[in-house]
Design a protein around this ligand. Structure first.
Ligand SMILES: Cc1ncc(COP(=O)(O)O)c(C=O)c1O
Length: 387
């Protein structure tokens, strides 16, 4: 029997595509996977070696709830260098089981039932579902392709009510691939200050970004460190999705309540994996930098190729590894299109509707696949659309 809380969480529609793709593969059909939200690169060897070394050295046991001190120090040093901000490794950082745990902790520990949180739409749907199951109301603010998927300040301000407690920023974005312009981050920070809102800043893709786009964290703006929670992790830039490693950084007044939840839900994150994460932060960055260059090459190719398919309109990605073409001119919705592409073109994508109501009439294509496969996918899609 399900609790009323569980009933508030729908099953993810993204699974429908995965399951059908697997079924088709079992029948012998070749599928090009462009639905996947993870880098198609393995974790760099030196990171793997560091975790193996930790295992061999007997680092097998529980560690402090917030994570091993060495990793906490490495995180605050890295962010200190890059953002010119100081955080205490003892009270202002928690190593989490991926960014997803950070989001879960923030919604549980910092918001009350009946509060509202502004979340981008389209966006990674987990925000909405974690929020709903906690009786916090997600209030979507709309992002439109015509506007480069940039937040609209008037729209945000209009949606603020006496119940609004927080705004979530995601940049670069899953699924749009866009990066919020620094000038808009500044203006959103001013809105947050004026209305006494927290900013939950999901920065998981911040290093998968293509010049001239520039990432600005609201935490670095004057006075904003105190109201910004940085949610970041290792999954994407270091290709460590299966390691389940992330962290939250923020002022003690925000991080401390989250630690109370974390200690009972997770205890502490996998100890030897944390030694790998230290190596990720301190060791050779070139495998990740090379991966980003490869993503840029693919993103440039796929966005321009998809734009030439009649009925598809696509914004050039500025970061992450997704494009989010608008397919409304074909007369289909996102579900119909992704279903057809899977069945007839052998290309798996995700319907834009899976990312919120403003994602309707789009599909998400992940270009985390080889250039050869991207080219084949475009050829197949063109052929199906021509029919
Ligand atoms: C925007 C966004 N935030 C967070 C996550 C989850 O990351 P993690 O693997 O660190 O839990 C994802 C994963 O796809 C994501 O796209």
């Amino acid at each position: 029997m399900e609790s009323i809380k569980a009933q508030r969480i729908p099953y993810s529609q993204i699974r429908v595509v995965f399951d059908r793709a697997r079924e088709l593969e079992k029948q012998g059909k070749h599928i090009i996977h462009l639905e996947i939200g993870r880098p198609d690169f393995n974790t760099p060897d030196h990171i793997v070696e560091a975790a193996i070394k930790a295992l061999k050295e007997g680092k097998h046991h529980y560690c402090p709830n917030a994570g091993i001190p060495e990793l906490r120090r490495a995180i605050v040093e890295k962010i200190g260098d890059e953002y010119k901000l100081e955080y205490s490794p003892d009270s202002e950082v928690i190593v989490t089981n991926g960014v997803i745990e950070g989001v879960y902790l923030a919604i549980n520990a910092l918001l009350n039932p009946g509060d509202q949180i502004l979340i981008p739409d389209p966006a990674w749907l987990n925000y909405q579902h974690i929020t709903l199951s906690n009786y916090v109301d997600p209030v979507p603010y709309a992002l439109f392709g015509e506007n480069g998927f940039q937040p609209d300040l008037d729209d945000i301000e209009k949606r603020i009510t006496p119940r609004t407690r927080a705004i979530l920023l995601l940049s670069p974005s899953n699924p749009t691939g866009s990066v919020i312009h620094p000038s808009l981050v500044e203006k959103i920070a001013a809105i947050a200050e004026k209305n006494d809102l927290l900013i939950l800043s999901d920065e998981i893709y911040r290093k998968i970004i293509y010049l001239p786009a520039k990432h600005l964290s609201s935490a670095t703006l004057p006075g904003m460190r105190e109201r910004t929670l940085i949610l970041d992790g290792f999954s994407k830039f270091y290709s460590m999705t299966g390691w389940r490693m992330g962290y939250v950084l923020g002022p003690e007044k925000l991080v401390n309540p989250m630690l109370r939840y974390h200690q009972y839900v997770i205890t502490s994150v996998n100890t030897f994996a944390q030694w790998g994460a230290i190596e990720a932060l301190k060791g050779d960055q070139s495998p990740s930098v090379n991966m980003v260059e490869e993503f840029k090459r693919r993103g440039d190719y796929i966005s321009s190729a998809v734009n030439q398919i009649p009925g598809f309109r696509c914004v050039k990605p500025e970061g992450a590894f997704y494009i989010f073409p608008n397919i409304q001119e074909t007369g289909m919705d996102g579900f119909q299109m992704s279903y057809m592409l899977l069945e007839d073109a052998g290309v798996a994508t995700v319907a834009g509707e899976c990312f919120g109501k403003y994602g309707a009439g789009h599909i998400r294509i992940s270009y985390s696949n080889s250039m050869d496969n991207l080219k084949k996918a475009v050829t197949n899609i063109r052929a199906v659309m021509a029919e």
